[in-house]
Design a protein around this ligand. Structure first.
Ligand code: AMP
Length: 185
């Protein structure tokens, strides 16, 4: 199932609940818990991601807190590869490195353990980045830069949904290849 049919894409889109005005007025929040709770939708999505990445020799999957942990860890297990969490500041217990990025008002930061990536033969690990959604693209762009700073190579950033009207994917494309299962205009 390398390519999803339009019927499958519509099924997946319809399995995601939209919650208006969450977490603040004006935001239409894409709630993926309804996708996870739908057996057909969850496995359609995971089977598709396995088919896309199974022959790409991914050394690590890095998931962005927190919904990227769900899809990323599930995919890492299915691909029999490793998983690394990318977290908000103050959450990881050991020495971290971090990358700041701008928000509409202020700055935010993503962090990773300094020794998150290591390969037996000292080769540069190939990392697939995963999160649930691209909005402005700021979080994912910072996460790609962080992976590269930690000595690995981010070969692709993968998302369930791209809010394409915000064009956040264009920023991420400046630093890595981007794949999104679903596009929302
Ligand atoms: P951004 O850095 O603007 O691309 O924001 C991406 C992060 O914010 C992802 O981790 C998403 O889970 C979350 N996010 C942003 N907007 C939404 C939305 N409309 N629905 C669900 N999650 C969102």
């Amino acid at each position: 199932m390398q390519t999803l049919s339009n019927e499958d894409k519509n099924y997946l889109l319809n399995s995601i609940r939209e919650v208006e005005d969450f977490p603040k007025p004006g935001i239409k929040f894409k709630d993926i818990t309804t996708l996870l709770g739908n057996k057909k939708a969850f496995h359609l999505l995971m089977d598709h991601l396995v088919a896309r990445y199974k022959d790409q020799e991914i050394d690590y999957i890095a998931g962005i807190e927190s919904r990227g942990f769900i899809f990323g860890a599930a995919l890492a297990a299915l691909l029999k590869t490793r998983f690394v969490p990318i977290r908000k500041p103050g959450k990881l217990p050991y020495t971290t490195i971090s990358e700041k990025y701008s928000l509409e008002y202020g700055v935010d930061e993503v962090t990773i353990h300094i020794d998150a990536f290591s390969m037996p033969n000292n080769s540069k690990p190939k990392v697939l980045l995963i999160d649930d959604l691209i909005a402005t693209g700021g979080t994912a762009t910072a996460a790609v830069n962080l992976i590269n700073k930690a000595g690995a190579e981010c070969v692709e950033a993968c998302f369930v949904i791209n809010l394409s009207f915000l064009q956040g994917d264009l920023d991420i494309k400046k630093v890595t290849s981007v794949y999104s299962v679903l596009e929302v205009d």
